[in-house]
Design a protein around this ligand. Sequence first.
Ligand code: PDD
Length: 276
Amino acid sequence: AQVLINGEIVTRIDAKVDIEDRAYQFGDGIYEVIRVYNGICYQLEEHIQRLERSAKEIRLSLPFSAEEFTQQLQELVKGNQLQEGIIYTQVTRGVAPRYHGFPSDDVKPQFVAYTKDLPRPTAFMEHGVKAVLLEDVRWLRCDIKSLNLLGNVLAKQKANDEGGFEAIQHRGDIVTEGSSSNVFLVQEGILYTHPASSLILNGITRVKVLELCEKLELIVKEQEFTVKDLLDADEVFITSTTSEVMPITQIDDQPVGPGIPGPLTVKLQQEFVKGF
Ligand code: PDD
């Protein structure tokens, strides 16, 4: 397979990273996961814009322009003849002797990208999946798509340990987001999702779903809701690049509503697939 490293396409085995890369030592970098459908990058522009935003928030200057990133990532997808899968891409603050403060300006950010075949999780999307609840112990800048993912890693593992697909996090009573997804609920025909504050990543799929709600004339409120609201909801679903609109039919040991994907969830799933 081909991969991208600092603007060059090389074979996987020839892409080497340094043991003093700041991502390796500090998680000092940012990333994106981009869907590829039928050989085409889905919402690539939005992902690159978010990468630029994340870079700005951690005071990292990106090594390429949006146009250059676009062209390189598209070339990578073509080179690997990827049809259905993802691009993983990250930028780190570069290689320097370990010291917490930023390295000097001559240290260049390190950019890599690779592709992976990944089918759409259609069976899970059809039947729904289980989620588990846990306290959100992450830092207060979850709006940055940073490589520091230990809180998310521990959350997902708790879900996996308990036979769940995703972990839904809450700060105190307020539900924030999944370990790698955003959370929506439906109560009496109205949709709710956490506002795009610094406590969640503003998912590109989340924003797409908000747009679809508008198109379908569904009422959606970007408003905080509690764990109790979640457990009492008629429908719950999560959104992400890899999971699209994924029904949550069980939370811990309790079914959500009647325990099957709800009508608005299914409607949004159907609308979502029309977009690619
Ligand atoms: N995760 N919240 C968190 C913490 C995430 O990591 C993600 C994405 C999302 C959803 O964002 P989007 O709709 O833009 O994919 C929300 C990616 C897929 C990942 O880390 O694999």
